[in-house]
Write a protein that binds this ligand. Structure first.
Ligand SMILES: CC(C)(COP(=O)(O)OP(=O)(O)OC[C@H]1O[C@@H](n2cnc3c(N)ncnc32)[C@H](O)[C@@H]1OP(=O)(O)O)[C@@H](O)C(=O)NCCC(=O)NCCS
Length: 148
């Protein structure tokens, strides 16, 4: 049984490798996209993951500060076959806790259309329809005010 406290920053080279590999596998590989696994602002972001007892990455996601009171959630990805089991929720709650600890009051994100109901379930509101990724994935700008 995975619990919220088990959402953690990747520890050691092997966990970091699993973290970035899952992110790539879920959010990039299906579209056969070439490019780096890591983003230029990964080093200055807050990362969380959930791991299975054997060490496999179950869910990953990150948070970065956009301005003084707003953060952005990006690259939320739950392993295929592990979705709709509550792992995304545990991860999002952990990132929201990290945001509060950073003193942030708002969180925003660009949600893939299929993920909009997930974020709505957690209190995020759609602000506007935004960009089309890889010519087919519609995104929506969403935001949420963090309660203390
Ligand atoms: C979107 C994602 C992060 C959600 O994580 P998850 O672990 O699957 O979601 P949870 O099990 O925590 O879902 C909690 C609730 O959110 C809602 N929800 C989640 N996914 C949903 C979906 N595809 N459609 C409708 N509602 C959804 C449901 O209310 C769900 O509760 P329920 O399963 O009891 O009905 C995950 O499915 C994922 O990685 N998807 C593929 C990649 C992706 O789209 N990432 C987001 C990029 S913006």
């Amino acid at each position: 049984m995975i619990t919220p406290g088990e959402a953690h920053e990747p520890r050691g080279a092997q966990e970091w490798q699993r973290y970035y590999a899952l992110r790539w596998q879920i959010l990039r590989a299906p579209w056969q996209i070439a490019g780096p696994q890591r983003e230029s602002d990964d080093d200055s972001s807050t990362h969380r993951m959930l791991s299975a007892p054997g060490g496999a990455a179950l869910a990953v996601g990150r948070l970065h500060r956009v301005n003084e009171d707003t953060g952005q959630i990006r690259f939320m990805a739950v392993a295929a076959g592990e979705q709709r089991k509550g792992y995304g929720t545990l991860l999002l709650h952990s990132l929201e806790t990290a945001a509060r600890e950073l003193g942030l009051h708002w969180l925003m994100l660009q949600a893939r259309e299929q993920a909009v109901p997930f974020y709505q379930r957690h209190g995020y509101e759609v602000r506007e329809k935004t960009f089309l990724l890889f010519d087919e994935i519609q995104h929506y700008l969403m935001r949420k005010q963090l309660r203390r």
